[in-house]
Design a protein around this ligand. Structure first.
Ligand code: ATP
Ligand code: MG
Length: 244
């Protein structure tokens, strides 16, 4: 290697390190900011509750108008709180506790918990779980968020009901989980932007569900891909390396 290319490589490594430090600083600041906003927000929420309680006992037209406006402000506070929650969850994906686990087991546990609320919306959960699936390394708590976020998106894409298919199988040295819905599907613009932080097409959506999913999957050394067609549905596929 020439002296010149060695210096160039060295400069690149320094730039990379500097950017990494800057990123970590910004991430810490943003996390701290979210925390700082939460406390006054919860005080605002509590005081709004107290005010509503007081007004609830009066029945003049004016009081009722004020009460309605308080309800709107309270709803906005709850919405902000949810965004902060999602953001903190996104920022928190750091070090994982990976242990060999049976992916099918995690899917079955999820179905047990989720099926009742899915049924209320006319959604059938249809599991197709491969027998003798080799174990994968999972941080089970974080993993639950992956299955939950993808299933909730699927549910929201099928407001009139539908089928949510959860499929597992082995592909070479990977185990794959597919989450398939026959809901409204995504336009190509949404598909191009769906993993962008804060991108959402939903009223009240924080747009942090999929970025969090991707971050967790990548922290498991896995990959995520998606196929979707407007009016037909969406399939998310996650591939994880088999334990060795
Ligand atoms: N299964 C799906 N079917 C149709 N559209 C989807 C599906 N999953 C994701 N999307 C689209 O991708 C966008 C981003 O999804 P993401 O989960 O990140 O945010 P969100 O669901 O809008 O809000 P949040 O998850 O924070 O409540 C959604 O707003 C929606 O347009
Ligand atoms: Mg979502």
């Amino acid at each position: 290697m020439t002296d010149e290319s060695a210096t160039e490589l060295n400069n690149l490594a320094n730039d990379h390190e500097r950017l990494r430090t800057q990123y970590a600083e910004i991430a810490t600041l943003a996390g701290g900011l979210a925390h700082e906003i939460r406390n006054p927000l919860s005080t605002i929420g509590l005081n709004l509750d107290l005010l509503s309680e007081e007004l609830g006992e009066c029945d003049s037209q004016r009081d009722r108008r004020i009460l309605n406006k308080l309800t709107v402000v309270k709803r906005q506070c709850q919405q902000l709180d949810r965004i902060l929650d999602d953001f903190l969850q996104f920022a928190r994906v750091g070090t994982l506790t990976l242990k060999p686990a049976d992916l099918n087991q995690t899917v079955l546990e999820f179905i047990e918990f989720y099926a009742p609320q899915a049924a209320e919306q006319g959604i059938d959960i249809s599991p197709h779980l491969a027998a003798n699936l080799p174990p994968v390394k999972l941080d089970v708590n974080l993993w639950r968020q992956v299955v939950m976020n993808l299933s909730r998106n699927a549910q929201q894409a099928m407001p009139q009901g539908g089928v949510l298919e959860l499929q597992t199988y082995q592909r070479d040295d990977q185990v794959v989980l597919e989450i398939i819905d026959n809901g409204k599907g995504m336009s190509s613009e949404t598909q191009a932007r769906m993993f962008d932080a804060f991108y959402s097409t939903k009223k009240g959506g924080s747009g942090l569900g999929l970025p969090t999913v991707r971050k967790i999957v990548e922290a498991h050394h896995g990959t995520i891909s998606c196929e979707s067609e407007v009016g037909r549905g969406t399939r998310f596929s996650i591939a994880l390396p088999i334990c060795n």
